[in-house]
Design a protein around this ligand. Structure first.
Ligand code: PHE
Ligand code: ZN
Length: 867
């Protein structure tokens, strides 16, 4: 009997949560990996859950043939199977249920459950993949102790891994072998993992704060072991950081990381057996960019930190996803900030939030950090759950202060270790440890949409007092209107008119719709630095003048706001040019020149200067337009860049030269900053795409001894049609064609080209021998790169960009529904564009919706987008 996966899309509600009817005391899983099929035996000791409200045991299961069911050792047939569930009516208070089933990992292109990647076996169970392995209560509040036996051909699959400690292993007749793994800590099934393959191991150790030695193993394909050093260093730094900053120690004797090339997401925190997309493990200067190095460090940290925030303390249900993800993103962001530059990290994180989460919050798919309903949980691994979720934790950190926050997290781990809990439980620990009432703060978890905070200021010369008046408002979002005011921490400092800081950062707590704060004893009108460090995820509107912003841009002590002041000036300038192309922008252009001159005169923070010299990206500018016209934004932005180039060409060239590569390659923040600065300058110098630009970019490529510089050169050549473009892209391909992750870059760097021939290029890339629709990284390297990072051509007036994306979504719908659904992202905000673009986008969505056998994943996103 094969149970089909075609279950009608059904909405699940948080309010319907009830505890699981049965506890799973222990689970013994046995995998027999055979050619063409895998036999799974699961033996589970169940006991009635005293908190349960039903007597029926309902097990989730999909895509498997049931071979036999045994209850307490007796063959058992009185179960029913329907709609992906097996039901046993009142099976008793305590019993052992054994189910043997057959699955087909080789046919699994959805990459959920047990599947094959380049011949090796691996699993992905979060969120609901375990049900594709065996029938089980596939929900995170069912915790069990797992013992796992894996048996396979010894030659083809010398490495057999699962969670926990290796208990037993040995060889078997017919060239087969087996291992047995035991994880003594109860866990939900979404953290189960298995790997069987032909892999090489890179080994190291870490000694924990209590002196225990932990073996650290990274498994990769032969040949890739030279690219694991950075991941291993990052892992050791993560383990140390969690001990120092959160007092959290690792509990087992072994920690494994396995890299696979076919993976839907970035990585997965399975207990002691993290499975990673190769893109987030492998890093070497020849093949990885600085931003890859940073991502590897951040994601290795992220998955490791889940050991406590997610695994030891887990989620009660999937509405609580941000409990683990928001908190863990906050932890990885802080880890990266501590290891590198705090201001740069914050700038990049906020840029990402504005470019990707704000649009989500303003779209028909807007949802709260603790949602009330979903159809497909895999659609809820969103920027809102992750990145906005992290901002919510950051605000609690800001409100409590570092020391009290740490007391609160100690309490949280103490109270809930081994438990499956809710976001409410987390916030309650924050409240209990601080003695503060955070009930209003909790609205952040329930109200979707990005709030706007408007600030007006008034100086009273007679009283020598200064007041700031805050007004907050919340936009309506799907199914949510008339929202209530939020508890918003606004970090503020004051500068005098010479730029001296006269009031260091203090956190104002805005709780009312409208609220005024007064500062006394100020002999002159100060310049306020508001929302320092981006202390709350809001859209800030102030009455600051251009001169105020210019002062902050030079003098603010807060690195983030210093950058932010420049960005606001840039935004204002872009908006003025969009309204009136002949606007005089010489003041703004002169200010950029001052930054360049300063960069030449003093050895400041180059990474910060690089960011200061970069105009806001189109996606960020679009957030400030009532009706988005990407071509018009691009035109204004490019016109400004051209004027900057023509006015400061010599100084820019000098700054480029002054930052040439000298000495050994390194990935220190300073070295990365230097490369980033050269990139920012080269971006401006090549904006006209003429012969000189192409020659410059090619020279940059020829001088490169690392991937960052090569990618910089390719990015600056991408829009060009000069002969050097083809030469350099061909050379790049020839050099790196055996490195799939680099070939991904080759695809992406062409897909982002803003030039006439783009649709021919896209067709060529789609038909390229290296394109593979079943490999998510390759699909993303072409389609996501185009749809997200090439906004001008994606929104081409012909509608060709939308059609290109539409076709791959329809194709992926049956191959990999999760990836198909994710690809819809750039179409979701169709209502924000010009009427002509809207019509094309809507037509693309409607065509997808009309596809026969549409998966629940795609159905949910497309139908909600059209609402
Ligand atoms: N839980 C993973 C992470 O954040 C992400 C993930 C989700 C991976 C679902 C695979 C499937 O770290
Ligand atoms: Zn995570």
């Amino acid at each position: 009997m094969r149970t089909e996966n075609a279950v009608a899309p059904k909405t699940i509600y948080l309010k319907d949560y009830t505890p699981a009817p049965y506890l799973a005391k222990q689970i013994n899983l046995s995998f027999n990996l055979l050619p063409g099929k895998t036999i799974v035996t699961s033996e589970v000791k169940y006991a009635k859950n005293p908190a349960g409200v039903s007597n029926d045991l309902v097990l989730d299961g999909e895509e498997q043939n049931i071979l036999s069911v045994t209850l307490n050792g007796q063959r058992f047939d009185s179960y029913s199977v329907a709609d992906g569930q097996m039901t046993l009516v009142n099976p008793g208070d305590e019993f052992t249920l054994t189910i043997i089933s057959e699955i087909d990992p080789a046919a699994n292109t959805a990459l959920e459950g047990l599947y094959q990647s380049q011949g090796n076996y691996c699993t992905q169970c979060e969120a609901e993949g375990f049900r594709r392995i065996t029938y089980y209560q596939d929900r995170p509040d069912v915790l069990s102790i797992f013992t796992v036996r894996v048996e396979a051909d010894a030659k083809a699959y010398p490495v057999l891994l699962s969670n926990g400690n290796l208990q037993d292993s040995g060889s078997l007749p017919d060239g087969r072998h087996y291992t047995v793994w035991h994880d003594p800590f109860p866990k939900p099934c979404y953290l189960f993992a298995l790997v069987a393959g032909d892999l090489v191991r890179v080994a190291d150790t870490f000694t924990t704060m209590s002196g225990r030695k932990v073996d650290l193993h990274i498994y990769v394909r032969a040949g890739d072991e030279k690219q694991c050093d950075h991941a291993m260093e990052s892992l050791k730094k993560s383990m140390k950081w969690d001990e120092e900053v959160y007092g959290r120690e690792y509990q087992l004797d072994l920690f494994n990381i396995v890299a696979v090339s076919d993976f839907n997401m970035g990585a997965m925190e399975n207990t002691s057996l993290n499975i990673f997309n190769t893109a987030l493990v492998l890093a070497h200067q020849e093949t990885a960019t600085d931003s890859d190095f940073m991502s590897v460090e951040g994601v290795i940290g992220h998955e490791y930190f889940h050991n406590w925030t997610g695994n030891r303390v887990t989620c009660r249900d999937w509405f609580q996803l941000s409990l683990k993800e928001g908190f863990t993103v906050f932890r990885d962001q802080e880890f990266s900030a501590d290891l590198n530059s705090r201001a740069v990290q914050r700038i990049d994180d906020v840029n990402g939030l504005r470019r990707l989460q704000f649009p989500e919050d303003g779209s028909p798919l807007a949802h709260s950090v603790q949602p009330d309903q979903f159809i497909e949980i895999s659609n809820f691994y969103t920027k809102t759950i992750y990145e906005k979720g992290s901002e919510l934790i950051r605000m609690q950190h800001t409100l409590l202060g570092g020391e009290t926050f740490r007391k609160a997290t100690d309490l949280y781990f103490d109270r809930y270790d081994g438990h499956a809990v809710t976001c409410d439980d987390f916030v309650l620990c924050m409240a209990d440890a601080s003695g503060r009432d955070l009930s209003q703060f909790f609205r952040w978890y329930k109200q979707a949409g990005t709030p706007t905070v408007q600030v007006s200021s008034q100086y009273d010369a007679a009283q020598q007092s200064y007041t700031l008046t805050f007004k907050q408002s919340q936009p309506d979002t799907p199914e949510q209107t008339s929202k209530q005011p939020l508890h918003i921490p606004v970090a503020v400092g004051l500068l005098d008119d010479s730029g001296k800081e006269i009031l260091p950062t203090r956190v104002l707590e805005v709780t009312a719709r409208e609220q005024t704060f007064t500062f006394a004893d100020l002999p002159g009108r100060p310049v306020p630095s508001i929302l320092r460090g981006f202390s709350a995820p809001v859209k800030l509107e102030t009455d600051l003048s251009d001169d105020d912003l210019r002062l902050l841009q030079v003098h603010d002590t807060d690195g983030f706001n210093k950058w932010e002041a420049g960005q606001t000036l840039a935004l204002r300038t872009i908006q003025r040019v969009m309204e009136k192309p002949e606007t005089d922008i010489s003041q703004f252009v002169a200010d950029v020149g001052t930054l360049v001159e300063q960069g030449l005169a003093v050895q400041g923070d180059k990474a910060l200067l690089a960011r200061a010299l970069s105009l806001p990206l189109l996606g960020v500018i679009a957030q400030h337009q009532a009706v988005v016209d990407p071509a018009a934004i691009d035109e204004a932005r490019t016109a400004i860049l051209k004027q900057i180039k023509s006015t400061h060409k010599d100084a820019l060239a000098a700054l480029y030269d002054a930052n040439r590569n000298t000495g050994e390659f390194s990935i220190t923040p300073e070295a990365m900053g230097r490369r980033a600065l050269q990139h920012a300058v080269l971006d401006i110098l090549t904006v006209t795409n003429g012969t000189g630009c192409a020659a410059r970019s090619k020279a940059h490529y020829d001088a490169a001894d690392n991937m960052t510089d090569r990618v910089t050169a390719l990015a600056c050549l991408s829009d060009s049609s000069q002969p050097q473009r083809a030469e350099v892209f061909a050379d790049f391909y020839a050099r790196f064609k055996n490195y799939p992750l680099v070939v991904d870059k080759w695809f992406s760097l062409q897909a982002i080209a803003n030039r006439e021939q783009i649709f021919d290029d896209l067709a060529m890339l789609r038909n390229h021998a290296d394109f593979n629709i079943k490999n998510p990284n390759r699909v993303r390297s072409l389609y996501s790169a185009f749809a997200i990072n090439n906004p001008v051509k994606f929104h081409d007036p012909s509608g060709n960009g939308y059609a290109f994306l539409r076709d791959v979504i329809i194709e992926l719908n049956t191959i990999n529904p999760q990836i198909a659904a994710r690809m819809v992202t750039p179409l979701r905000e169709w209502k924000r564009y010009t009427p002509a673009l809207q019509a094309h986008m809507k037509a693309a969505l409607e065509a997808i919706l009309a596809t026969p056998n549409l998966s629940g994943d795609v159905f949910e996103i497309v139908s909600k987008s059209l609402n």
